[in-house]
Design a protein around this ligand. Structure first.
Ligand code: GDP
Ligand code: IMO
Ligand code: MG
Length: 431
């Protein structure tokens, strides 16, 4: 029997690399798409037949009929946000419920988690992380503290009630005494959760078991990362990170199948770099070039609508994420955004104190001291928008891609030249 491949897709920068678009594309040949970490802090944009869909919790395979969408145990789920997203898709005529399976091990994001997130950010003032204020950090904290609620509790209202009382006690104490904020009423949060029982419990399923069965199929399964590897809790620019592990290794932990089950790791990087929220960003631009990247790239956050910070491509950072993920393939997105530049600098190293580094350091506290060293490549000053064959790219654009591939040492298998599914160049026969 043929065995389908398990492919992990991760963002190789600080998020918003175009994971949604690429996962949607790969789904053409897949039986299922699985989320393994993060929550509704993610915003993955798909543009299909002129329509734009932004997904937060639902895997980016949902626009393909007949593809299963799975939410693994490593994901944190706000029941209200999930049900709202399901309704939104249903209103567009997309069948969701028969194709969505959710792990009962997912941690529940409560309204009090979101309030704690907000209050902590306010208290941090100038040192705020710049979170999406979706309650993601506090939810993962409670999970690690072993007092979090899991979706399986929706099947047992009595246990749900008593665990909710305990956790709200802790939240209310913090809200009231640390932040002078309002308390949450147990009855109303309980009623809110109960109101989603009918919607959500039929979709709870045994995800490791389903994945085991899909493996024995000639179709592939795509493991869809959220955020980006430089936002990883352990390997990112701590403390300016998200609260989950975003690297490929977590696809195993966050879905319940072991590391020997994975075949490929596809890293996605923009042809330049962006970051939303605070934290070090060595190649950030504060000039007209940064403004051009922002405008041509449409760099407004898909979740919070915040302006994304923009800068040139950072190769040392990509080398680090290639290593942290054992990346076997690379996709470069938004190449078309660089159409407008005479010359294009790429950062090929960092000057860090007396050292010259060609790979970003493990120690995140060194990042703010890293000064980028640039090499300048010629621009192509012509449109690559929508190009779908490598031969049709201008020579300088091909040289730009070759340079990236050569320095990082990971083959580029996909180049994206626009938000639409079709605006893609597939290289080689890698599936
Ligand atoms: P994700 O979080 O990684 O899925 O990325 P987002 O959806 O947050 O942000 C990527 C944005 O770039 C979305 O608006 C996409 O529609 C858009 N996009 C993706 N690929 C391309 C591309 O190749 N060119 C252009 N111009 N836009 C793209
Ligand atoms: P996708 O999946 C970009 C950032 C926030 C903040 C930090 C912590 O669309 O690429 P959090 O709310 O997670 O505690 O915020 O992480 N962040 C993202 N940045 N894309 C995302 O998701 C992000 N999800 C979180 O801006 O800096
Ligand atoms: Mg996004």
């Amino acid at each position: 029997m043929t065995v389908g491949k398990n492919i992990i897709v991760v963002g190789a920068q600080w998020g918003d690399e175009g994971k949604g678009k690429v996962v949607d594309m790969l789904t053409e040949d897949a039986i299922a798409v699985v989320r393994f970490q993060g929550g509704h802090n993610a915003g993955h944009t798909l543009v299909v037949s002129g329509k734009t869909v932004v997904l937060h919790l639902i895997p980016s395979g949902i626009l393909h009929k007949g593809v299963y969408c799975l939410i693994g145990n490593g994901t944190v789920v706000a029941p209200d946000a999930l049900v709202e997203e399901i309704h939104g898709l249903e209103q567009q005529g997309i069948e969701v419920r028969s194709r969505l399976a959710i792990s009962s091990g997912c941690a529940i994001v409560l309204p009090s988690h979101q309030m704690l997130d907000k209050m902590r950010e306010l208290a941090l003032g100038r040192n705020a992380i710049g979170t999406t204020v979706r309650g993601i950090g506090p939810t993962y904290e409670d999970k690690a503290a072993r007092r979090g609620l899991r979706l399986s509790l929706l099947r047992n209202p009595e246990a749900l009630r008593s665990q909710l009382e305990a956790i709200l006690d802790a939240h209310n104490f913090m809200l009231e005494h640390c932040y002078g904020a309002k308390r949450f009423d147990v009855d109303s949060v309980f009623d809110m959760l109960l109101s989603y029982v009918e919607d959500l419990t039929p979709m709870l399923a045994d995800i490791p078991n389903l994945l085991g069965r899909y493996r024995q199929n000639e179709k592939h399964v795509v493991f869809e990362g959220a955020q980006g590897c430089l936002l990883d809790l352990d390997h990112g620019t701590y403390p300016y990170v998200t609260s989950s592990n975003t690297v490929a290794g977590y696809a195993s932990v966050g879905t319940g199948i072991g590391p020997r089950e994975f075949d490929e790791v596809l890293g996605i990087a923009k042809a330049y770099t962006t970051r939303v929220g605070a934290g070090p960003f060595p190649t950030e631009l504060h000039d007209d070039a940064g403004d051009l990247l922002f405008r041509h790239g449409g760099e407004l956050g898909a979740v919070t609508g915040r302006r994304r910070r923009c800068g040139w491509l950072d190769i040392p950072a990509l080398k680090k994420t290639a290593r942290n993920n054992s990346m076997s393939m690379l996709a470069i997105t938004k190449l078309d955004v660089l159409d407008h530049f005479d010359t294009i600098p790429i950062c090929i190293g960092y000057r860090c104190g007396d050292d010259l580094l060609d790979e970003a350091p493990e120690d995140s506290l060194l990042w703010p001291e890293c000064e980028p060293v640039y090499e300048t490549l010629p621009g192509w000053k012509s449109s690559t928008r929508g190009v779908d064959r490598i031969e049709s790219l201008p020579y300088a654009a091909r040289c730009y891609l070759e340079k990236i591939e050569e320095i990082i040492g990971v083959p580029i298998v996909l180049v994206s030249t626009g938000p639409e599914r079709e605006a893609s160049i597939l290289l080689g026969n890698w599936l």
